[in-house]
Every structure is written in structure tokens, then in C-alpha cells.
Design a protein around this ligand. Structure first.
Ligand code: NDP
Length: 391
């Protein structure tokens, strides 16, 4: 299977060892591998063995671990391969600066912000999985992409779905986007039952196979909250134009509603390779080895109103959008600290939203960011306050 391009496209995968990163390399292999693509740089963090294996398999020019402590191990694992090795923050920047045409932004959390921004500024097409870029630094990030001249290609399945069905020439008639949410493993739990859930039950997503943090964020619906803010910036929407509906089967990935009453939806099996492949092949579609929907076997498609009392993260997203400024960065920074505390067993599942809301209220006075330093300062302050509340 090959793509239609003549010269190999030059690619970089930031976060190649993660769930999205591995799926990306799988799609690349399926769409022609080395014959069709030249991998310039791959980055990981702690999973050095996998990073080295990926770098050798793809013939990457550069492999980077974000952790200085893993530099020697990576260097040894790649000795004799001719693949350059780097580490730490500077190493990530070096990967982002490599002259690739297309960059998959799949580092988890705020750590992905600086390298993705660097790649956007030099004009690469950005396949965006790292939603934190838009949640924390929406306006600045979108402006950087626009100035750089590359395209912003959403990989989050919901945003990729909207991207597929949002007709730019019908922008005047766009009324709303409807983001679907599976409801996660606790969709039917009472508040009392949710108070005692463990990391193991929270990470067990009913439909999607994803990294640990996003799986738990899906269970708390913080993931959906971040996606609401992400959609606002990606598609230039007002908060009122963004609806969320719980759809337990995860077959309808999201929808766009127009002024004539039409609703366009994108459907598919829950497999991130569809969104990744779409972003890689855009504006064409390629053959992908994903399950095909069999409508005769779909017994039903359910849709429910989300319960914001049990899932307050959704309300916090609206609050962040209404307040504006750096509230997205504050919400995300506080949430990341609370999530780490939950993963480490230092706090309960429901406490995460309470901590995020308290931190947002305390930092509601912060002005809008005019530079990335303002974003990083708000993020840092939110983390500091959240840590205080969690101790
Ligand atoms: P994973 O946790 O599976 O992978 C994260 C990647 O980031 C790994 O390569 C990891 O390296 C690397 N990493 C971890 N910490 C750091 C750090 N401090 N600095 C640099 N790199 C780091 O995450 P996912 O693939 O699930 O998610 C990636 C992003 O995509 C997230 O923003 C998520 O919200 C988003 N997303 C994910 C979806 C999914 O299906 N998984 C769907 C939609 C969006 P290592 O493994 O070597 O430690």
C-alpha cells in the first residue's frame, strides 16, 4: 500500500512511544513505510527500549528522550545505528526543529506545548492529538500556526469528525457542534459509588484503548471538558455553539448542525487510526486497516444528556470559556496535578474537580495571556495552588 506522493514525506512524531504515537507508526507502516515517508525525529520519555526499536525500524534521523536520565540508555540502545540521539527539553526542541513537513503532536499534557509550538512556528503541518496546546494557549497557538503557514489537522476523534463534516463554504449557516462522549466506565454510577473508585476501574475505558491519563480523564469527563475548549479554538466557536451528548456506543464521533436543520455526522469504529490516517493523508483519504461498521449488527445508538452534577468537569469547561483569559491553562494545570494525585493514591476521584474549581476561582483575576510566558506562569501558579490543596 503506498500513498500518491512522489518524494517521501518527511515526518516527525512527538510522543511516538505512547498510544497515539504507536498508532501513528502503525498507520505510517501501512501507508508505505520507508518508501513513502522519511521519519526525521521520534520522541519518547521513559520507554527507551520501545523508542530505540521504533527509531531502528523507521530509520529515523533523530531519537529523543525527554528525560535526561535516560540519555545514556538511549545512546547505548542505538549505538552503531547512525541515528542521532538527544535528551531533555533541548532535545525535544531539536526534534521539533527538524525539517519535517508533518508533525504528530502526541506528547501527553503540558509538556507537549513548547515543542508543538516550535514545529507550528516553522510552518509544519501539525496533526494535533495534544489537546492541551489549545486548552492552555488557544489563541496564541492558533495564531502561531497561522503565521507559520502550516495546517492544523485535528486528531482527537471528536474534532477530527467535526473537521471531516464541517463545510467551510457553509460557515455562515453553522449553528452548533455536538461533541459525543462515551460517558466512560462510571456513566451509570451514583455519586456515592464514584467517591470510592480506583485507578484500575477508572482506566478501563469501555470503548477506546488509550493512554493512562486520557483514560482516567475520560472517566471523570475532564477529557470532554478539555475537548469543549479545544473545539472552541479549533473551529472558532462561541461557548453556546458547543453541545455535549453522551453516546455510550462511541460510533458517532461528533456532529455539526446547520441553520437548515441538517446535522452531519462522522461515524466509524472506535479506532484512532482512522483520525490519524485522515490527518496524515489529508486532503485525500487512504485505505486503512480498521474495522468497518456493519449497520445490520448495530442494534441501537443511544444519546443521553450529560449529568453535570456527577461530571462537574463539563461545567468547569463552560466556566473557563466564559471567563476566558488564562482560565483554560489554569483548569488544565490544576487538573493535571489532581490527576497525578489520584493516580498516586493521594486523592479521591471526586476531589479532582473540586480542586480544579477552587484553583480556577482563586486565579479568576489573572489577565489574558499575551505571550507564552504568561501561559506558563498561569499553568505554574495553578499547579502550585492545586498542590497546596492536595497536600
Ligand atoms: P500516552 O501516555 O500513551 O503517551 C504519551 C507520550 O508522551 C509518550 O510517548 C510518552 O513517553 C511521552 N511523554 C510522557 N511524559 C512526557 C514528558 N514529560 N515530556 C515529553 N514526553 C513525554 O498518551 P496518549 O498517546 O494516550 O495521548 C497523547 C496525547 O494525545 C494526549 O494529549 C491525549 O490527550 C491526546 N489524545 C489521545 C488519544 C488516545 O486515543 N490515546 C485520543 C485523543 C487525544 P514514554 O511513553 O516513553 O514515557
Amino acid at each position: 500500500m503506498t500513498t500518491d506522493t512522489q518524494a517521501p514525506r518527511r515526518l516527525t512524531v512527538l510522543g511516538s512511544t505512547g498510544s497515539i504515537g504507536q498508532n501513528t507508526l502503525d498507520v505510517i507502516a501501512h501507508l508505505g513505510g520507508r518508501a513513502a515517508f522519511e521519519v526525521k525525529a521520534l520522541t519518547g520519555n521513559g520507554n527507551v527500549a520501545l523508542l530505540a526499536e521504533q527509531a531502528r525500524a523507521t530509520g529515523a534521523s533523530l531519537a529523543v528522550t525527554a528525560s535526561d536520565a535516560h540519555y545514556i540508555a538511549l545512546k547505548e540502545a542505538l549505538s552503531g545505528s547512525g541515528i542521532a540521539v538527544a535528551a531533555g527539553r533541548n532535545g525535544l526542541m531539536e526534534a521539533a526543529e527538524m525539517d519535517s513537513d508533518w508533525v504528530m503532536a502526541a506528547i501527553v499534557g503540558t509538556a507537549g506545548l513548547a515543542p508543538t509550538l516550535t514545529a507550528a512556528r516553522r510552518g509544519a503541518d501539525i496533526a494535533l492529538a495534544n489537546k492541551e496546546c489549545l486548552v492552555s494557549a488557544g489563541d496564541l497557538f492558533v495564531t502561531a500556526v497561522r503565521k507559520g503557514g502550516g495546517r492544523l489537522l485535528p486528531v482527537d476523534s471528536e474534532h477530527n469528525a467535526i473537521f471531516q463534516v464541517l463545510e467551510e463554504n457553509q460557515r455562515h449557516a453553522l449553528e452548533r457542534v455536538i461533541i459525543t462522549a462515551s460517558g466512560g466506565p462510571f456513566r451509570t454510577f451514583s455519586l456515592d459509588e464514584m467517591a470510592d473508585v480506583t485507578v484500575e476501574t477508572a482506566r478501563a475505558h469501555p470503548n477506546w484503548s488509550m493512554g493512562l491519563k486520557i483514560s482516567i480523564d475520560s472517566a471523570s469527563m475532564f477529557n470532554k471538558a478539555l475537548e469543549m475548549i479545544e473545539a472552541r479554538h479549533l473551529f472558532d466557536l462561541t461557548p453556546e455553539q458547543i453541545e455535549v451528548v453522551v453516546h455510550p456506543q462511541s460510533v458517532v464521533h461528533s456532529m455539526v448542525g446547520y441553520a437548515d436543520g441538517s446535522v452531519l455526522a462522522q461515524l466509524g469504529a472506535p479506532d484512532m487510526r482512522t483520525a490519524i490516517g485522515y490527518a496524515l493523508s489529508y486532503p485525500r483519504r487512504s485505505h486503512l486497516p480498521v474495522e468497518r461498521l456493519d449497520f445490520t449488527r448495530l442494534s441501537r445508538l443511544d444519546f443521553e444528556v450529560p449529568d453535570e452534577q456527577r461530571f462537574p468537569a463539563l461545567r468547569l469547561a463552560r466556566l473557563a470559556m466564559t471567563r476566558g483569559g488564562v482560565q483554560g491553562a489554569v483548569l488544565n494545570g490544576a487538573k493535571e496535578m489532581a490527576l497525578e494525585a489520584f493516580i498516586d493514591g493521594r486523592t479521591g476521584f471526586l476531589t479532582m474537580a473540586r480542586v480544579a474549581e477552587t484553583v480556577m476561582d482563586r486565579l479568576a483575576h489573572l489577565p489574558a495571556a499575551t505571550t507564552m510566558d504568561d501561559v506558563f506562569a498561569a499553568d505554574e501558579e495553578a499547579r502550585r495552588l492545586a498542590t497546596g490543596l492536595l497536600n
